[in-house]
Design a protein. Structure first.
Ligand SMILES: Cc1cc2nc3c(=O)[nH]c(=O)nc-3n(C[C@H](O)[C@H](O)[C@H](O)COP(=O)(O)OP(=O)(O)OC[C@H]3O[C@@H](n4cnc5c(N)ncnc54)[C@H](O)[C@@H]3O)c2cc1C
Length: 407
């Protein structure tokens, strides 16, 4: 089948908060023909199916529920003059800034002066978590659950177990309750008081899922507890929550360098990736932050894209990589530069693999200490904590990677 070919000034892949904010800002700045492509039939990204409050930021003046936030983000981009096409999936690359798409109008090849990847993140499904057992219906992630309940009005089940204890797990509990499902327990492999009650639901800590049972429908979740006991919770629904991974498939197919910690594109304070003229924003870079953070990055990338379009951007690759020592998992941005550029809010965001009580963060390069900073609160898995960028001007641009250690 032949592909039609077109050219635009800026192509944005993904119409979630990050991509829509980038489109709005670039269109308002008169950056030429801006096109945002979204594979779903409706634009807005994850907030479309988050029927709870807590979505804030400049657009909403004080907070909104997810669908209202999504509608306002879409309106801001379209009103500013960005072109928005839904039901169009970017499937691969045909050149450095040429993508291949498939959609209602057939196959296309679109070349852009700059490409912004804003493909977001997703929760790891059961298969990626290597949970053994049968494969019956009744197994979801929070995103799938919310879409089924809030977008498609589907029936879920009667008794559910929620796996994970991140903020998103609480959203899963709320969605199940809204759908009239009894939540049997929330289960996490993290250590802690073995049995507590949270959100009126038993919280089982130190418990690992060892299998799912049931043939035509899920009938139970088998657990192994830290003390060696094994149990099976009877349920017809299980929701695997959190454990987000960036939706990096397109970046990977383009040969864009990925950061080993975040597993999203490696990027600097200008949101540049290793491919010249290809930028990345939002949860693709750091799974996951709040929608307002993703939108702020979308707005911020506009400046870098404008530099690129006018030929005034610096070459990529002059920055030093930032690396973390375990139990820290990742830092973002994960490259210094360009030049003296500083990350948004003049700070880096980090994650840890295990709870750290008020850790001391030490930044060093070639054995030389650049900065030390005591956190005032514990660092907890699945939640962001921050490191000031005040030490950036002490980095040797020709030195070794910058190392961040938690003591
Ligand atoms: C259950 C849940 C509850 C949340 N609650 C809150 C909250 O209360 N407050 C808050 O601030 N944040 C909340 N968040 C986080 C918030 O939703 C995210 O931070 C935000 O959606 C990230 O925006 P994004 O644009 O980076 O990615 P997304 O919103 O994930 O958007 C990415 C878009 O890219 C599209 N896409 C991907 N690949 C392609 C492709 N190849 N071609 C075309 N399109 C593509 C996707 O379909 C998607 O629409 C919640 C998240 C979840 C999962």
């Amino acid at each position: 089948m032949t592909r039609s070919e077109r050219t635009v000034d800026v192509l944005i892949v993904g119409a979630g908060p990050a991509g829509l904010a980038a489109g709005a800002e670039l269109a308002a700045a008169g950056a030429g023909r801006i096109e945002i492509l979204e594979r779903e039939q409706e634009a807005g990204g994850i907030p479309r199916h988050c029927h709870h409050g807590g979505f804030g930021g400049r657009l909403t003046r004080g907070g909104a529920d997810g669908p209202a936030y999504a509608r306002r983000s879409v309106a801001a981009a379209v009103d500013a003059g960005a072109g928005l096409r839904t039901g169009v999936t970017v499937t691969g690359w045909a050149g450095p800034r040429t993508v291949e798409t498939t959609g209602p109008g057939g196959l296309e090849r679109i070349t852009a002066g700059a490409v912004v990847l804003a493909t977001g993140a997703r929760e790891r499904p059961r298969s990626a978590r290597l949970v053994p057992g049968s494969r019956p219906p009744g197994v979801h992630t929070t995103g799938e659950l919310q879409q089924a309940v809030h977008l498609y009005g589907q029936r879920i089940g009667t008794r559910a177990v929620v796996i994970g204890d991140e903020p998103v797990s609480h959203a899963a509990v709320d969605t199940l309750r809204a759908a009239g499902v009894h939540v049997v327990a929330v289960v996490t492999d993290r250590p802690g008081t073995p049995f507590r009650v949270r959100q009126r639901t038993p919280l089982l800590t130190g418990a690992t899922v060892t299998g799912l049972t049931g043939r035509t429908r899920l009938s139970g979740v088998s657990l192994r507890h830290d003390d060696g006991r094994t149990t099976t919770l009877r349920c017809d629904t299980v929701v695997f929550t959190g454990d987000f991974v960036p939706d990096h498939e397109l970046a990977r197919r383009g040969g864009i360098t990925l950061d080993p910690g975040t597993r999203g594109p490696a990027y600097d304070a200008a949101y540049r990736t290793s491919r010249p003229g290809v930028f990345a924003v939002g949860n693709l870079l750091h799974a996951v932050e709040r929608a307002g953070v993703a939108a702020d990055e979308g707005r911020a990338v506009a400046v870098s894209v404008l530099h690129r379009l006018s030929g005034t951007d610096e070459p990529f690759g002059s920055g030093r990589p930032l690396v973390v020592d375990a139990p820290l998992r990742w830092v973002a941005p994960n490259l210094t530069g360009p030049g003296g550029a500083r990350p948004i809010e003049d700070r880096f965001v980090l994650r840890t693999a295990r709870r750290l009580s008020r850790p001391l963060l030490v930044v060093s390069q070639d054995g030389r200490e650049l900065h030390r900073q005591r956190l005032l609160l514990p660092a907890v898995p699945g939640r962001p904590f921050h490191l000031t960028a005040a030490w950036l001007d002490r980095v040797d641009p020709h030195g070794a990677p910058v190392r961040i250690t938690a003591l």
